[in-house]
Design a protein around this ligand. Structure first.
Ligand code: HEM
Ligand code: NAG
Length: 360
């Protein structure tokens, strides 16, 4: 460790002619150039996460890290308190994991917690959770690479209950929760829909884990904006639970909150605008996740360590499609001012989307 740090402290001072200022840049031990040498210590953490937690996959562990980023960050309110992206969900897990909306976060912390504790000597819990979430996105085809800022202080207390949205909340409640934290309606729709394009449920369908929200849970694409707009016809498993509504695609589960965001007049045109618009989704979602990572923090007091985030995987899949056997007639048109984009139907027989393999 001491050896690594002395290597990474090699500082090259490069005069920058453009503005006449001298900017110090550091080359870390692995060759990555960073603007601030303090970021070098994150590089082995990122490598550990990609190799040993995510294992190069946009699978259960990556999905869990993204959900953890959200549940830590969103737990702040101008009136009720909470520290936002401060790591309180891990440090004060004994309190926050008892909140109903955090159902299933215990499994995420089982997987992610050992890495957080292992790297606690180089970064705070708040930094770790946001770093792991940013790195998780780089495991997913089509997902944006978001900036990462370091320097969050340790959390002071557990967040209050009832700040994390539930799938049975109304659209108005969801919009006011995100709105009071500075998110526009468009950003709110992008961050919920976009994240649920690489997601599934372990605790919504009784006795079934890893049930995807769309046909492509390992690809950050716009398919969820299509799948959720289709008329619901079935429940996976035995009947429904609170916050669940009928899905259109066998093998998937639909949250009531996603369903309503696709249909409510306050959000339906935004929802539809992301269907088959990969570039718009990736950029609005990326911006919104970065905003989540700064909740409760002052950006100017943090160090920009974005250089340590791996490259994004460029989107390499085709346009969004309708599942086999369905047509544009099955789209429940909700936006009053523009038609849903015309999509083609995937060839072949109706199949069931496989469940997401669970991290050990
Ligand atoms: C109205 C807002 C939201 C609601 C009501 C909601 C609700 C849910 C629910 C009920 C689950 C399934 C949990 C389980 O049974 O295992 C889930 C999964 C997930 N959510 Fe959300 N969510 C919301 C917004 C977000 C946002 C903003 C993000 C990230 C930025 C996010 C990321 C995820 C991910 C990645 C999963 C999958 C976890 C896994 O597969 O292990 N969600 N969400
Ligand atoms: C969970 O909380 C316990 C104390 O209640 C603590 O010892 C443990 O480190 C916490 N886990 C994480 C991942 O922070």
């Amino acid at each position: 460790m001491a050896f690594k740090q002395s290597l990474s402290a090699l500082v090259l001072a490069l005069p920058l002619l453009a503005n006449g200022l001298v900017t110090r840049r550091t080359v870390c031990a692995d060759g990555t150039t960073v603007a601030n040498g303090a970021c070098c210590k994150l590089i082995p953490v990122v490598q550990d996460l990609t190799e040993n937690l995510f294992e190069g996959e946009c699978g259960d562990a990556a999905h869990g890290a993204l959900r953890l980023l959200f549940h830590d960050a969103i737990a702040i309110s101008p009136t009720l308190g909470g520290g936002g992206a401060d790591g309180s969900i891990a440090v004060f897990n004994a309190t926050e994991l008892t909140f109903h909306a955090n159902t299933g976060i215990d499994d995420v912390l089982d997987a992610v917690g050992p890495f957080l504790l292992k790297h606690a000597d180089v970064m705070s819990a708040g930094d770790f959770i946001q770093l792991a979430g940013a790195v998780s996105l780089t495991q997913c085809n089509g997902a944006p690479r978001i900036p990462f800022m370091m320097g969050r202080a340790p959390p002071k207390a557990a967040a209050p209950n009832l700040l994390v949205p539930e799938p049975f909340d109304s659209v108005q409640d969801i919009l006011s929760r995100f709105g009071e934290l500075g998110f526009t309606t468009e950003e709110t729709v992008a961050v919920i829909g976009g994240s649920h394009s690489i997601a599934g449920a372990d605790d919504v369908v009784p006795n079934e884990e890893g049930i995807p929200f769309d046909q492509t849970p390992d690809i950050f694409d716009t398919q969820i904006f299509v799948d959720v707009q289709l008329r619901g016809t079935l429940f996976p498993g035995q009947g429904n639970t609170q916050g669940e509504v009928e899905t259109a695609v066998p093998g998937t589960v639909r949250l009531q909150s996603d369903h309503l965001l696709a249909r409510d007049s306050a959000t339906n045109c935004f929802w539809q605008s992301f269907a088959n618009n990969q570039a718009k989704l990736a950029s609005t979602f990326g911006q919104a996740v970065f905003k989540l990572s700064l909740l409760g923090q002052t950006q100017s007091k943090l160090i920009d360590c974005s250089e340590v985030i791996p490259k994004a995987i460029p989107f390499s899949h085709g346009p969004a499609t309708l599942p086999p056997g369905q047509t544009m007639e099955d789209i429940e048109q909700a936006c009053a001012t523009a038609p849903f984009p015309t999509l083609s139907t995937q060839p072949g027989p109706v199949t069931s989307v496989p469940s997401i393999p669970q991290a050990a």
